[in-house]
Design a protein around this ligand. Structure first.
Ligand SMILES: C[S@@+](CC[C@H](N)C(=O)[O-])C[C@H]1O[C@@H](n2cnc3c(N)ncnc32)[C@H](O)[C@@H]1O
Length: 117
C-alpha cells in the first residue's frame, strides 16, 4: 500500500496499482465532480486494476431507508448525494468503469468496478 497526500482533482493519482479504494468519498460530490474523480482514477489504473467503493446504496421507492435521509443531508451540506444501484451503475459507466458486484453490509455496501479504458 502506498500512502500519498494530495488533491484528487489536481494532483497525479498514483498509477499502476492493483486496487483503488474510496470510502464515503463520492457521496460528498454531485455527479459532475464524482465523475471527474472517477475518470482520474480510471486513467491511473492498469488494465487489471480494481476499484472498490464503500458507499450507501439507496433502496427503491416506498422502502424505508436511512440513505434517503442522508441524501437530503448531503445535498444541503455539501451539494453531494446518495445513489441507488442504477445511479452507481450510470455514474461508473459514464466515468469509464464497468460495475462488477455490489456487496451489501448492514450499513454501507462494497461496490466493485473495473476500468474499461
Ligand atoms: C466523508 S470523508 C471520508 C473519510 C474516510 N474515507 C472515512 O470513510 O471515514 C471524505 C474524505 O474526502 C477527502 N477529500 C475531500 N476533498 C478531497 C480532495 N480534493 N482530494 C483528496 N481528498 C479529498 C477528505 O479529506 C475526507 O477524508
Amino acid at each position: 500500500m502506498e500512502r500519498v497526500a494530495g488533491d484528487f482533482f489536481l494532483d497525479d493519482i498514483p498509477s499502476g496499482h492493483d486496487l483503488y479504494v474510496m470510502a464515503s468519498v463520492l457521496h460528498d460530490w454531485d455527479d459532475h465532480h464524482a465523475q471527474r474523480i472517477l475518470e482520474r482514477c480510471a486513467a491511473a489504473m492498469p488494465p487489471h486494476g480494481r476499484l472498490l467503493l464503500f458507499e450507501g446504496v439507496v433502496r427503491g421507492p416506498n422502502e424505508p431507508d436511512t440513505f434517503k435521509n442522508l441524501d437530503l443531508h448531503m445535498a444541503v451540506l455539501l451539494g453531494g448525494r446518495e445513489r441507488s444501484a442504477d445511479e452507481w451503475d450510470d455514474l461508473l459507466t459514464a466515468s469509464g468503469f464497468r460495475l462488477g458486484r455490489i456487496l451489501p453490509t448492514p450499513g454501507l455496501a462494497w461496490i466493485e468496478a473495473y476500468a474499461t479504458r
